[in-house]
Design a protein around this ligand. Structure first.
Ligand code: GLU
Length: 322
């Protein structure tokens, strides 16, 4: 069998927090424990949301933790470019294939409606189900509308659940047609939707396993429809539970004290940070320093608890005290 290939896919819109770092650690452990390669891909397709300097900072902080990767924007590789902002022709080519197969159609609905129904990859951000208003426009109607507005492109979705086996959560399925409807694959402003970009990239970069936060579990069925439409075999999916703060809320940018950069600047030892991430994942007892490599022996993603990992009060402060 070919060597397994995993990946990190950070979005350079904000600094990494402990939750992102834990996901990256688990993706690294999963790939490396199987003797696999790790690919770094920067998900900056939406340049308006990208923050200058954030890519360098994210790569630097992951390296500080002791993670490494074989291919990426900083080191090149045979499957580049490794920044989504440099891959637009590839997304366009995939869209052209979908169009030629009659699987994608132009949608002229208002910007607000498209924004609501399409873009953000995270659960709960998907807005209302798209009612299919532009699904059956005639060629003449399309020509007439094209004069006035550039269309978004949607994937034609057939009814019924789209099941898959998640390595952490077990059997999973979403009924895309009922929940989301025909979803946007290319926005009217030419920016690929997360769903299309992530699938095109994972296919072209030969990714065999996707380890990511379980906030993205609901988008996996959509992505499976794209794998099917593009005739590509899907990877193995593993959705790891999020880390929640002491307040029970999912870690977010507002938990500023938990950013990796602040821990680093505050003098935290990266081995202590990895030790905390390992303890949060049931991989090591609390309060023990570890390097990523020390966590490799016997690592099994399918043994990861399915419940959210709770960051106890004081856990971060302990990293900062001498
Ligand atoms: N770029 C996405 C994020 O940072 C992750 C996408 C993925 O892993 O599929 O949330």
């Amino acid at each position: 069998m070919d060597r397994p290939r995993g990946r990190f896919a950070p979005t350079p819109t904000g600094p990494l927090h402990l939750g992102n770092a834990r996901t990256a650690l688990l993706a690294w452990l999963s790939a490396r424990a199987a003797g696999g390669a790790v690919v770094m891909r920067v998900e900056d397709a939406d340049l308006l949301r990208t923050r200058p300097g954030m890519e360098d900072r994210i790569l630097d902080e992951l390296a500080w933790l002791g993670l490494d990767w074989d291919e990426g924007p900083d080191r090149g590789g045979p499957h580049g470019p490794y920044r989504q902002s440099e891959r637009a022709p590839r997304y366009q080519a995939a869209l052209d294939r979908l169009r030629e197969a009659g699987l994608a159609y132009p949608c002229f609905c208002s910007r607000a409606e498209i924004a609501a129904a399409s873009q953000a990859p995270h659960a709960g951000d998907d807005g209302p189900r798209y009612p299919g208003s532009c699904r059956d426009l005639s060629a003449a109607e399309v020509r007439e509308r094209e004069v006035r507005r550039r269309p978004a492109w949607r994937l034609r979705v057939e009814p019924g659940p789209v099941p898959f086996a998640d390595a952490v959560h077990g059997p999973s399925a979403h009924d895309v047609a009922a929940e989301v409807g025909d979803f946007v694959v290319l926005r009217a402003d030419g920016v690929p939707a997360y769903q299309l970009a992530v699938v095109v990239d994972d296919v072209e970069m030969g990714i065999t396993e996707v380890v990511r936060g379980d906030d993205l579990l609901p988008s996996t069925s959509r992505q499976l429809l794209l794998y099917r439409a593009l005739g590509a075999p899907p990877p193995r999916f593993a959705h790891v539970p999020l880390v929640v703060g002491p307040d029970g809320e999912r870690l977010a940018k507002r938990h500023a004290a938990l950013s990796l950069g602040q821990l680093r600047e505050g003098g935290a030892d990266p081995r202590a940070v990895v030790g905390l991430l390992a303890a949060l994942s049931g991989l090591a007892p609390e309060g023990v320093d570890r390097s990523p490599a020390e966590l490799l022996p016997g690592f099994r993603l399918d043994r990861l608890p399915r419940a959210p990992a709770v960051l106890r009060p004081g856990a971060v402060e302990r990293l900062l005290s001498p």
